[in-house]
Design a protein around this ligand. Sequence first.
Ligand code: THU
Length: 136
Amino acid sequence: MTAIDDDIIAALLAQAQTVRERAYAPYSNFPVGAALLLNDGSTAVGCNVENASYPLGLCAERSAVANAVAAGNRHFVAVAVVGRGSRTLWPCGGCRQVLSEFGDLWVVSRAPSPSRWVKRRLSQLLPESFGEEDLT
Ligand code: THU
């Protein structure tokens, strides 16, 4: 996978920031936004959606994955995740697994200045993952 340029990363983080404002997180008070960049240049966004029955809450990344798949594109290039302020937030373990179903995308998160953001390959965040090939 090729590198993604800084302007694209900035735009993706901005979309994650915007959708974060629509998060439904009354129990944790920890809104999260995620924006997926797809291979045709389009994006799909998601936010966390909590529930009074706590375990039923949905993470932002999984919400973005569902939106992308429902829109008809499963070819992910990158995902930007935004939590509180400029603190780096990497997807939780469950979301890493869900994202890994669709390939080894870039994962981008904010970072305190001067770096502004950091990126990793999903395979760095979830090495030796379980996948479809293990089911054969
Ligand atoms: N959360 C996400 O949406 N994504 C993550 O990667 C980490 C955690 C949500 C789940 C829950 O609604 C809140 O953040 C606190 O854990």
